[in-house]
Design a binder for this molecule. Structure first.
Ligand code: NAD
Ligand code: LMR
Length: 347
């Protein structure tokens, strides 16, 4: 592993040594939506200089180069340096934060699991390069789909990195769930807390509002007061599928998969990981150590808090029969993805 500079890292302190942020697939759509916000300080804060390393495949380099020209033209005071490469060893050298975005997106009619074979070959070598070259304090967020299983592959390929440093992006699903609840309740989205996404970033995910609050009140009570329908039926028949299939809805309406909202969720995920979650919890894909009976080793979404140093799974939440059934269904899909990857010989 590359040596960590004395004051480098991702803790939210003012420092003169920039944090090295590597973005894979930086020449793609999400990359373009991420770069300018990171350089503006939206992710790590207004006092933290960043050094950007953009990793692309050879055919994506020109697009990344174009983005780098525009970054220069923005004259961001926090942007110390931009390096573009198609070599993972260079891209991950001394990397403090790795945003693994580069992968093939799904098109209309595809499920995210259809991308397994196409994308499995990317995350093994990138995990190995992280293990060989990243800084000791590296934190990794996998965005490229299927995000949970890609994170599992990357972590398994970097045995010298603490597996808790590998995460999968689920925040987009949580943000979508909060957006739907805010609309149904006629409430400000910022008043909604403790929505949990369990399982896979896929159509089987479970958006759980059993512990969620709006302005301090139980969301389920507020929904019962506001909606003229049975709340349990609304949650099962309207809310859950709307959130779980939102990615497909975006693909159908836009003609390509979500970009700005995915980049925004990535920034939310890293900001909370690095600066802490404050009140309430959020959701992230983490390697299970058996919490909530999710089999050890799978990368599943859980309710999590961060104190700035790392994610901790919120334990002890009551799981009723409906929740158990829905969590188990999504976790079964994660186990099937892991088995499929094993069959491909990637794990
Ligand atoms: P895109 O096709 O616009 O960009 C992907 C980029 O990755 C391309 O520029 C491509 O050249 C590059 N790339 C491919 N293989 C690479 C490799 N081995 N190393 C480095 N770069 C590589 O796609 P996009 O819209 O930016 O989406 C990227 C990924 O993010 C897709 O897998 C998409 O499904 C996923 N996504 C995830 C979420 C989430 O919430 N987890 C949300 C939206 C999209
Ligand atoms: C999303 O949720 O928008 C992304 O995972 C893209 C997709 O394929 O749905």
């Amino acid at each position: 592993m590359a040596a960590t500079p004395p004051t480098a890292g991702t803790t939210p302190t003012t420092r003169s040594i920039p944090t090295t942020v590597t973005i894979t697939g930086a020449g793609g759509q999400i990359g373009y939506a991420l770069l300018f916000r990171i350089a503006a300080g939206d992710m790590l804060g207004p006092d933290v200089p960043v050094r950007l390393r953009l990793l692309e495949v050879p055919q994506g380099l020109r697009s990344a180069e174009g983005a780098a020209l525009e970054l220069q033209d923005c004259a961001f005071s926090l942007l110390a340096d931009v390096e573009i490469t198609d070599d993972p060893a260079v891209a991950f050298d001394g990397c403090n934060l790795a945003l693994l975005v580069g992968a093939r997106p799904r098109g209309p009619g595809m499920e995210r699991a259809d991308l397994l074979a196409a994308n499995a070959g990317i995350f093994g070598p990138q995990g190995a390069a992280l293990g060989a070259h990243a800084a000791d304090d590296v934190r990794v967020v996998v965005v490229g789909n299927p995000a949970n299983t890609n994170a599992l592959i990357a972590a398994a390929s970097a045995p010298d990195i603490d597996p808790s440093r590998f995460t999968a992006l689920i925040r987009l699903d949580e943000n979508r769930a909060k957006g739907q609840l805010a609309q149904a309740l006629g409430a400000p989205v910022g008043d909604i807390r403790n929505v949990t996404i369990w399982g896979n970033h896929s159509a089987t995910q479970f958006a759980d509002v059993a512990h969620a609050t709006v302005g301090g009140r139980a969301v389920t009570d507020a929904l019962a007061e506001r909606l003229d329908v049975d709340v349990a039926a609304w949650l099962d028949d309207t809310f859950l599928p709307r959130v779980a299939k939102r990615g497909a809805e975006i693909i159908e309406v836009r003609g390509s998969s979500s970009v700005a909202s995915a980049a925004n969720a990535t920034i939310d995920h890293v900001r909370d990981w690095v600066h802490g979650t404050g009140e309430g919890w959020t959701s992230a894909g983490l390697i299970s150590r058996g919490e909530y009976d999710v089999p050890e080793g799978l990368v599943s979404s859980f309710p999590v808090r961060s104190d700035g140093t790392g994610w901790q799974i919120v334990e002890g939440l009551e799981i009723d029969d409906r929740a158990r059934r829905l969590i188990d269904a999504s976790v079964a899909e994660l186990a099937a993805e892991r088995d499929a990857v094993r069959e491909l010989g990637v794990l």
